[in-house]
Design a binder for this molecule. Structure first.
Ligand code: ZN
Length: 380
């Protein structure tokens, strides 16, 4: 009897939007980025939620995102368990899906325990803030409507979602390329990408001078299927896009490669690229300065300038640069260096880095990058 009872309460969520409905409490994923595999009622107000990756093997980055509602206002205790991985993201909660705050929790080995007040209005619980494909589209559209960029579709994902680019065209032929969201849960990278790009596209004298010489191409959301499904890391073919920049077997990476290849065929020149990610700490992965790329000191000069720019406000923050060369891994940074013979960096923000700091650092990083690139010799 007990076994049968438990079996009845074990619900499977097999597709987008399906809800786990219990008599008093409901868990739903009916929004872009929602992810939850199974729910089980352990006792009246206590539930076990289970999360699965899109496929394995996979980098250990369990994404979770769901909404909780309760018929009557009550405290809901949630135990979150991950299959094929350990928790990485500390929970955040929101009442509107837009404004988020940290949620207290405890870890018991691989289980995360939290308890929250629920009522008939949804409470979102998520590994990080939710930034959807629509958010990227509307952001790009607002910049296009203000005549700052052209918003175009440069390709489609495996599931035919558009991959948008934003281009700000200059007088010269040099291009700064910005890439984001190869890895769907890496939200702090996205939280840096927005202010970084807005600073480059802003109306400061420095930004105006920069855009007289340099074109800017932004592909802010390279993995829209992964973003939609709340994937841990891969596209819907189960492939890590940041390992596909050698053979371009996936339509997402191929779209960017085709676009950049066509630019260069039109006598345009890639000057530098920045790819936004998140990891456990703040770090800038670069190519070695002696790798044989143009302007060998560009990244060293930039990051030194960034350190000087941030030190007054954040005296304890160290800009950490880690140069590396991985010729066979299919990483974007390496592809830019090998194909276009210029520097590229992987701009990584820590998963739990303070959000105000991410914003301030990104603005200073954009300003110091513009100054450093403007100091280079014009290439024709
Ligand atoms: Zn990443």
């Amino acid at each position: 009897m007990f076994r049968f009872f438990n079996f009845c309460l074990l619900l499977l969520i097999s597709s987008y939007g399906y809800a786990c409905k219990f008599s008093n409490v409901e868990f739903a994923t009916d929004f872009s980025g929602g992810r939850l595999a199974q729910c089980q009622q352990l006792s009246g107000n206590k539930f076990l939620l289970t999360f699965n990756p899109e496929n394995t093997p996979i980098n250990d980055s369990p994404w979770y995102s769901f909404k909780v509602t309760a018929k009557q206002p009550q405290t809901v205790s949630i135990v979150m368990e991950v299959n094929d991985g350990k928790h990485r993201y500390q929970p955040k909660v929101s009442r509107d899906g837009k404004h988020w705050q940290k949620q207290s929790f405890t870890l018991d080995n691989s289980k995360m325990l939290l308890s929250l007040s629920a009522d008939s209005q949804p409470t979102w619980v998520s590994g990080q803030e939710v930034i959807s494909n629509v958010d990227y589209y509307l952001w790009g559209k607002s910049l296009a409507d203000a005549n700052i960029v052209e918003q175009e579709v440069i390709g489609h994902s495996v599931q035919e979602r558009p991959i948008y680019s934003l281009a700000a065209r200059a007088g010269g032929n040099e291009w700064l390329v910005i890439l984001g969201r190869q890895h769907p849960p890496e939200i702090t990278g996205a939280l840096a990408m927005f202010p970084f790009t807005e600073t480059l596209l802003g109306a400061s004298p420095l930004a105006l001078k920069f855009r007289e010489r340099f074109n800017i191409l932004v592909v802010p959301d390279l993995n829209p299927d992964g973003v939609y499904h709340g994937n841990w890391r891969h596209n819907v073919n189960g492939v890590d896009l940041n390992r596909d920049w050698k053979h371009f077997k996936q339509p997402e990476t191929a779209a960017v490669n085709d676009y950049l290849t066509a630019l260069v065929a039109q006598k345009q020149k890639i000057a530098m690229a920045v790819d936004f990610h998140s990891t456990h700490k703040d770090i800038f992965y670069s190519m070695p300065h002696d790798y044989g790329v143009e302007n060998p000191q560009l990244v060293n000069n930039w990051l030194e300038a960034l350190q000087l720019a941030i030190v007054n406000e954040y005296p304890d923050f160290q800009v950490v640069q880690k140069p590396g060369n991985n010729p066979d891994r299919g990483v974007f940074k390496q592809y830019i260096a090998d194909k276009f013979k210029v520097h590229a960096i992987t701009y990584e923000m820590g998963d739990e880095t303070d959000r105000v700091f991410i914003d301030k650092l990104a603005v200073k990083a954009a300003n110091t990058l513009m100054t450093t690139m403007l100091a280079t010799q014009e290439q024709n």
